[in-house]
Design a protein around this ligand. Structure first.
Ligand SMILES: Cc1cc2nc3c(=O)[nH]c(=O)nc-3n(C[C@H](O)[C@H](O)[C@H](O)COP(=O)(O)OP(=O)(O)OC[C@H]3O[C@@H](n4cnc5c(N)ncnc54)[C@H](O)[C@@H]3O)c2cc1C
Length: 85
């Protein structure tokens, strides 16, 4: 006799390991094209590291494509030139 498996309530099409910015952006992009994702993150809560979030033009293009840049722009200062000693 074959054992019956309990039916999953929801079947994810993609499993992403890591809930950092890359994992979250990938999940959002896949969601935009109708794919459901399960993100596996080893930490139970958001953790902060670093001093700021620096975004170069290619990252802004990606955020525009994902449709979330407009939510971030009001909170960001545009740096036009970096100077080092
Ligand atoms: C010390 C430090 C300081 C930094 N400061 C800045 C800064 O000030 N400004 C800035 O713009 N960038 C900064 N960066 C760079 C920035 O952190 C990275 O570019 C960015 O986090 C990369 O995103 P990611 O999603 O690829 O990886 P991560 O942010 O590293 O995300 C990967 C995620 O995957 C999870 N993970 C890994 N393995 C597993 C597993 N086996 N199972 C489940 N989950 C897993 C991790 O817990 C993590 O949450 C800093 C980096 C470091 C190391």
């Amino acid at each position: 006799m074959m054992a019956t498996r309990p039916r999953a309530e929801r079947v994810e099409e993609v499993v992403i390991v890591g809930g950092g910015i890359a994992g979250l952006a990938t999940a959002l992009a896949l969601n935009r094209v109708g794919k459901s994702c399960l993100i596996l993150e080893r930490w139970h809560e958001l953790r902060e590291s670093g001093a700021a979030l620096g975004l170069l033009p290619n990252a802004w293009r990606a955020l525009h494509a994902l449709g979330i840049a407009h939510k971030l722009i009001p909170n960001y200062r545009i740096v036009r030139r970096l100077v080092s000693n």
